[in-house]
Design a protein around this ligand. Structure first.
Ligand code: SF4
Length: 691
């Protein structure tokens, strides 16, 4: 017996679109009242329903009214395609891309607003610094010279670890890679970005289950799900266009939707079953569902026998989580837990989705491990429609993580061992001994492990984790002897990273005021510029947005997408990679930073950076996505299947959209057969098992 069955009685435009009824775009928009649950649902229109719009766009372009440029929304990890319309260098219009394989013409309110980046009302216009409490205009040369002089003095007095490089999930892949390399050439692992706060517990929990931490399937693959469980996620607001994929499963497959959350969210409003749990009791709830699954023999015994290690230990642990105990701890009654478990067991394959509600806990790793185990018990892994699907936040938080803008690893999760450094030194074309010499080598006695009277020694900072972004405050405020580096942090660079998502506001303000130097590099002032009461020692430098440069970006489903430049950088803003090059020039390592990269007018050529990381990212397979292949995918969005993401015809025939990693091969090769073969050999075709 199926526990959840719904009748399709909805006659709304969204419903018609989901079911494939023919409707023109104008009628659709008129009848839909634009939005449904926050998304413009036009994305579900089939290609045959878009001819009129496509013809209009074509005619407009041919008439020379506006250039149409292909870009990707910067507001979340879904990676929706955008057509930007530009006239005489001014960004005048914007359309969601009707032929894009992820969003098929859908946009949410956030995506619809990206053109505002090109208006510049709140943008930083030129470099400034605080002088006697007043923001004072300076030139780029003055700013970078003064900042560079102060950093070099700090390096001389306190060592390279006293400067912290806080990077960004808003960089494109090339900038993220260049930034991690920049920190390495400066000689520190004090580098991090937003992923430390959001999904680092996912990366750890999923990596020690599957090997690497990322979404196993794609948003589009949810079309194949027979059941959907969302815990600690609210995609209706955070990832609105993902709902069109979820709705496709609920409408076409009658897939039941279960939402587990302490709050009744907009996503919960769409659910067949909503479970309200006490915050932080995810593991008891998941163990509670597993209790019913094991009790009733609903687990996939053959799958467990063939593919799962240690499930007997899990079973013994789960046995302790009787319905009474689960209700005592989580507040969820037995009936609700059993119903959810039975729904997932009887509607396979099911997908298991989570977001920050599952990760941002002191027990976040436990939560993410438990989610994975649940899917293993039901045999929902390695199958289309199944998987652990982690919706990441920023547009390129997946890419910035993959490229190691983190205090504990190098690009490609290579770690910080001597072998890892030698690998990247070879890719960068720099001498390993020179690179090692950039790091502090002094031994630092201290009791930083908190043992009274004990003294510990840092041997090689190059091979030690740096300070994570969540603890930079301690790097400033703690006693020097309590931190594992020569001196306290004395300079902070907030580069595309606002402090809003960090806790300990009062201590953060104190730390900001104690620093010798604060540098904020961002298109907007951010809270960093105003939350401290300093009168000097702060620089605000205007960075360009991703619409004023170009390069690749990795969506949450591991697909790489190419963005074209929409407009030139506004005002005096500069692309991040240009600022990196100019600052590296001042600091004395620009040649090493761009040894394999051509530089034009201080701007490193993006494609050369892509080719360089193609040479080194063998661990997770960022080696086959050459700039040429990425651009080919970008120019042929319409050839990729909406569900499988496989190109059907066209020049990319047989490729999966964006060549989701792992995509092994070399940057030069454009052999679909070789790429697909290597992926299939490892059982990773689209992250899916063929059966
Ligand atoms: Fe942009 Fe995400 Fe909205 Fe798509 S769902 S338009 S990527 S914010």
């Amino acid at each position: 017996m199926k526990l959840v069955k719904k009748q399709n009685t909805d006659t709304s435009p969204l419903h018609a679109a989901v079911l494939g009824a023919t409707i023109d775009r104008r009628t659709f928009l008129k009848r839909s009242g634009i939005t449904a649950g926050g998304i413009t649902a036009a994305g579900t229109l089939s290609m045959s329903m878009m001819k009129k719009a496509a013809a209009t766009e074509q005619a407009s372009a041919e008439a020379g009214h506006a250039a149409r440029i292909r870009s990707i929304c910067t507001h979340c990890s879904v990676g929706c395609g955008i057509y930007a319309e530009v006239e005489n260098g001014v960004w005048t219009g914007q359309e969601p891309a009707f032929d894009h394989p992820f969003n098929r013409g859908a946009h949410c309110a956030k995506g619809a607003s990206v053109r505002e980046h090109g208006h510049g009302e709140r943008r930083l216009k030129y470099p400034t610094k605080l002088v006697n409490g007043k923001w004072t205009r300076v030139t780029w040369d003055e700013a970078l010279n003064e900042i560079g002089d102060q950093m070099l003095a700090i390096r001389e007095q306190s060592g390279p670890d006293s400067v912290y490089w806080l990077g960004s999930a808003k960089y494109n892949n090339e900038q993220a890679y260049l930034f991690r390399k920049f920190a390495a050439l400066w000689g520190t692992n004090n580098v991090d970005h937003q992923a430390r706060i959001c999904h680092s517990t996912t990366v750890a929990g999923v990596a020690n289950t599957w090997g690497y931490g990322a979404m196993t399937n794609s948003y589009n693959d949810i079309h194949n799900s027979k059941a959907i469980l969302i815990i600690g996620g609210n995609p209706a607001e955070a990832h609105p266009v993902s709902l069109q994929h979820i709705f496709r499963a609920t409408e076409r497959n009658n897939a039941p939707l279960i939402v587990i959350d302490p709050r009744f969210t907009r996503t919960a409003a769409h659910a067949d079953q909503f479970i309200r749990l006490r915050p932080g009791t995810d593991v008891p709830v998941v163990w509670g569902m597993l209790w019913h699954i094991f009790e009733n023999g609903w687990e996939d015994k053959e799958f467990i026998k063939q593919r799962v290690y240690g499930m007997d230990e899990v079973r013994a642990e789960v046995a302790k989580w009787t319905p009474d105990e689960v209700e005592r701890v989580s507040g969820v009654p037995e009936e609700a837990i059993k119903r959810a478990a039975q729904t997932m067991a009887e509607n396979r394959p099911g997908t298991f989705i989570w977001c920050m509600g599952g990760t941002q806990h002191t027990i976040g790793n436990n939560n993410t491990r438990a989610y994975c185990i649940f899917q293993l018990a039901l045999g929902n892994m390695g199958v289309t429609g199944g998987g652990t699907n982690i919706f990441r936040g920023h547009d390129n938080v997946q890419g910035a993580t993959d490229f190691g803008v983190l205090s504990h690893t190098l690009p490609g999760y290579y770690g910080l061992s001597e072998g890892a450094w030698k690998h990247w030194a070879a890719v960068w074309g720099v001498d390993y001994d020179w690179l090692a010499g950039r790091f502090d080598k002094e031994e630092h006695p201290g009791d930083f492990f908190g043992e009274e009277g004990a003294t510990d020694t840092v041997v090689m900072p190059m091979n030690e984790n740096g300070i994570p972004v969540s603890r930079w405050i301690d790097g400033v405020l703690e006693e020097k002897t309590h931190i594992a580096q020569r001196d306290n942090l004395r300079a902070m660079v907030f580069w595309g990273h606002a402090p809003n998502s960090q806790t300990r506001g009062a201590e953060m303000k104190e730390a900001m005021e104690k620093l010798d130097l604060m540098v904020i590099i961002d298109p907007y002032p951010t809270a960093s510029a105003v939350m401290q009461d300093r009168s000097d020692g702060v620089y605000l430098l205007p960075a360009a947005t991703q619409f004023e440069t170009y390069g690749s970006v990795t969506a949450s489903n591991r697909s790489l997408q190419w963005r074209d430049k929409v407009i030139d950088p506004l005002f005096e803003s500069l692309p991040d990679h240009t600022i990196m090059y100019r600052l590296a020039s001042k600091l004395g390592f620009a040649d090493e930073l761009c040894k394999n990269v051509q530089v034009n007018n201080d701007e490193p050529v993006i494609e050369d950076i892509t080719r360089e990381f193609n040479k080194g990212m063998w661990t997770i397979g960022y080696t086959g996505q050459s700039p040429e292949r990425l651009k080919e995918h970008q120019q042929n969005w319409h050839t990729f299947d909406y569900t499988s993401l496989e190109a059907k015809g066209g020049p990319a025939n047989g490729d999966y959209y964006g060549m989701p990693w792992p995509c092994w091969g070399t940057a030069e090769m454009k052999s679909n057969e070789r790429n697909v073969a290597s992926v299939e050999t490892r059982g990773f075709k689209q992250g899916l098992r063929s059966d």
